[in-house]
Design a protein around this ligand. Sequence first.
Ligand code: 13P
Length: 253
Amino acid sequence: MSRTPLFAGNWKMHKNVKETLEFLEDFLPLAKDIPSEIEIAIFPPFTSLYAAFEKLKGSAIKLGAQNMHWEDKGAFTGEISPPMLKEIPCDYVIIGHSERRQYFAETDDTVNKKVKSAVKYGIVPIICVGESLEQREKGETLSVVLSQVEKAIWEVQIEDGGKLIFAYEPIWAIGTGKVALPSDAQEVIGAIREKLCKLYGNVAQDIRILYGGSVKPDNIKDLMAQPDIDGALVGGASLDAKAFYQIATYNRG
Ligand SMILES: O=C(CO)COP(=O)(O)O
């Protein structure tokens, strides 16, 4: 079993090119100190990706995009294709973030198309799933999340667990300061892993599953203590170099 902890910074619609470079000026010297058995990735807006790539040369920090189209080219005004991300190059792409499902009409079907396309192009998708507050209060969390998982990877074949990453992000925990209880996050993430084991067999033991939703330096340690949580997809706190560094080095004293 090999699941390298991953701390992924989803910057959302924050940081232009100048601000991206300023962040990296601060973060790169700190990151030198992060042990190699921990992986860090940042997800700037599309317009900052290439500048980030240039600045990251020679460092171990990975780069990803926040979304993409599933087709490789065509008349899709405003969209970005997988080969365009490969060209930068991006290692990862976030697929199906709840903000895209909520505000940009992303469905389980388009998520599935994007996951298939990412796997085909060798960009590792970070597939986001998570329930709303209403669904949690109605006791529907596991059925909602497991259905999202199953539909996202419908007819997706993988030969090793490194090809897919999931992020469990309860919608009510995103940007609210209300982090999930580590035991609740473990319950859902453990159930996701069980589902993946049924679908993929042993390979699923190598699929990383992250937690996301109000992750901060002061709550990461308890989350990482859970057996199935393999890292975090961090929003707000990843915009600050010091806070993101503190999250990645959570196990120091
Ligand atoms: O949506 C998130 C990461 O994708 C989480 O955002 P916050 O960490 O700001 O709650």
